[in-house]
Design a protein around this ligand. Sequence first.
Ligand code: NAD
Ligand code: ZN
Length: 362
Amino acid sequence: MEIENFRAATVGLGERSYHILAGEGLLARLGEAANRYVPDATGCVVVTSPDLDQLYGDTALRSLRRLNPARVLLPEGETAKTWGWAGRLVSSLIDHRLDRKGVVVALGGGSVGDVAGFAAAIYLRGVRVIQVPTTLLSQVDSSIGGKTAVNHSLGKNVIGAFHQPSLVVCDTSLLKTLPKGEIRSGLAEVVKYGVINDANLFATVEEKADRLLSADAAELEAVVARCAAIKAGYVELDERDTSGVRATLNYGHTVGHAIETLNRGRIRHGEGVAIGMVSASRVSVEYGLLHVGELERQANLLGKLGLPTRVPTAASSRLIKIMHRDKKAESGTIRLVLPTGIGVPPVTRAVPDAVIERSLEA
Ligand SMILES: NC(=O)c1ccc[n+]([C@@H]2O[C@H](COP(=O)([O-])OP(=O)(O)OC[C@H]3O[C@@H](n4cnc5c(N)ncnc54)[C@H](O)[C@@H]3O)[C@@H](O)[C@H]2O)c1
Ligand SMILES: [Zn+2]
């Protein structure tokens, strides 16, 4: 199949526009994709982590050989998202003499993608980056949209830049080696897109839950392609997350982040989001914005995917405190993205603490 036929979506941002490719076996065709979509690249540095390098590094480098690729390793997962590692990565780019026409290739999940994207944003005031996401979360979400960041000891993603990639290549067969928990966690984001944007996508996940959970590459291809197109649409409308449109992608995330903070390291992002979506839906039902049946449909699907739908311990007042701390710059009330149906744009409302507390304890 021609490489063009893997095009799942385009993010239309004028001169910063780029394509998202999705399909099985694309890693071995990375070089071909780069030749086609970043034709003037003169060299590249592949940024990944040791485990991923073992699994996929050689395939990526072999495919990119025309670009004389160098390999740079970051630590596994979130531990790579520091100012220190971003600095070391920039040093490596200098060592490898990557010039203005060179490309950074981020081969990994959202963590590698965020650090490598950030280094590419600041090195020589910006060189191009090709995102090659290897987790479901990064294929449907973090690799698209140009948000790059590292963490500060006082907060997550505090140091960052907007820097759109020049190409995103999602090989769904890489998801076979991903731990099941990471697949579940990514599927929470897929359900999120279904609720806020696409009833057919929601129904597809309901119908194909088992095959998606078993990382069936062909089923995942269709889902990843659809999610990429949805995310691309929000990024086009609100590239810098200022108008409120892109912010509706935070459905389930205000409560979800608080749960992640409270259970540091013991709960996955998608698990927090799953609980957050059910909680926000309860608020919607209380406000008469959502039918109770549409709340139940979400809770049933999340349960079927093996995701939690209720707060692990009675911790609602602590969660509310965390939500206030996270939002301290804004007015005193917590704002939530509230669903109004399945596949229907949600609304954003200021919600009193007592209402959120009830939704957490239900
Ligand atoms: N930039 C954005 O718009 C955006 C959006 C959402 C999340 N994020 C960020 O993404 C990060 C989370 O990313 P993530 O969920 O992709 O996790 P991750 O990148 O931290 O990876 C999780 C683990 O999975 C392993 N792994 C990755 N791919 C694998 C594969 N194919 N097979 C086997 N193991 C594999 C990694 O080595 C790591 O140990 C967070 O830091 C979050 O802030 C960014
Ligand atoms: Zn998320």
